[in-house]
Design a protein around this ligand. Structure first.
Ligand code: TYC
Length: 106
């Protein structure tokens, strides 16, 4: 192996590492679904507590879901989206609301 071969190999390794580091992870939309029983107040609280929304943003998202049937609460990497969906279900269950939430690859 010549010095040039080694240089070329090293450059290739650096290049592919750089490419890996800039590759963005797949993102997931967390969706909230409307129902007739969950209170508006509870949905707003969930959006503030789980999705870190301001009161104004939370009210807008909740009303959008209430009117359209479904709405986006946020877009996250897989693990974060999954954790937020889990938190929504835990809170809904504790409070006896049938609130539904899901995630979808962007
Ligand atoms: N439709 C509910 C009501 O009128 C409010 C609501 C909004 C429920 C958004 C769920 O994801 C939801 N009380």
């Amino acid at each position: 192996m010549t010095m040039n071969d080694i240089k070329t190999e090293t450059k290739e390794k650096v290049k592919s590492k750089t490419r890996d580091e800039v590759t963005e992870p797949p993102m997931y939309k967390v969706l909230l679904l409307n129902d007739d029983y969950t209170t508006m107040e509870f949905v707003v609280e969930v959006l503030i507590f789980v999705f870190n929304k301001s009161t104004e943003e939370a009210v807008n998202i909740m009303l959008n879901v209430h009117r359209k049937g479904i709405g986006i609460c946020g877009i996250y990497i897989y693990e974060v989206a999954e954790s937020k969906v889990g938190k929504v279900y835990a809170l809904a269950r504790e409070n006896n609301f049938p609130l539904k939430c899901s995630m979808e690859k962007e």
